[in-house]
Design a protein around this ligand. Structure first.
Ligand code: SF4
Length: 109
C-alpha cells in the first residue's frame, strides 16, 4: 500500500469521526476500569492528545462488526513479549486483538 493510499484511508476514516468524540469518555480516558482498558496495559501513559486520536477513530475494545477486528487489520501490530494487546499504526497505545476502529482495513496475506 502506498503512502498516499494509506494517508487517504486514514483521513477518510477520521473525517466524520470528530462528531463522535464522546467515545473518548467511553474509552475511560485512561481509567483502568474503562471499557478500553479491559485487557490492555499502558493506557495510563497516554496523553490527552493520544487518547483523542484513538477516540477520533472510534476505537472500542470489542468489535461491533463480525469479521472486522484489530487482529485482521492491516494497521495492527501484534503483541510482543506475551502482552495481551498489540498496537496500531494509526495511534499510540495498546489495542485489543478483538478491538475495532473506523480505520479498519483488511490485512493482506
Ligand atoms: S481496527 Fe483500528 S485500532 Fe484496530 S488495528 Fe485497525 S486501525 Fe488500528
Amino acid at each position: 500500500m502506498s503512502d498516499a493510499v494509506s494517508r487517504r484511508r486514514f483521513l477518510t476514516a477520521t473525517a466524520g469521526a470528530f462528531a463522535l468524540s464522546p467515545v473518548l469518555a467511553a474509552c475511560g480516558g485512561g481509567d483502568e476500569g474503562g471499557v478500553v482498558a479491559a485487557n490492555c496495559e499502558g493506557y495510563g501513559a497516554l496523553t490527552a492528545a493520544e487518547l483523542q486520536q484513538r477516540a477520533a477513530l472510534n476505537y472500542v475494545d470489542v468489535t461491533p462488526i463480525p469479521g472486522e477486528m484489530c487482529s485482521n487489520c492491516a494497521f495492527y501490530e501484534a503483541p510482543a513479549g506475551g502482552a495481551a494487546c498489540g498496537g496500531c499504526q494509526l495511534f499510540a497505545g495498546p489495542v485489543a486483538p478483538g478491538g475495532y476502529c473506523t480505520g479498519w482495513a483488511a490485512a493482506t496475506a
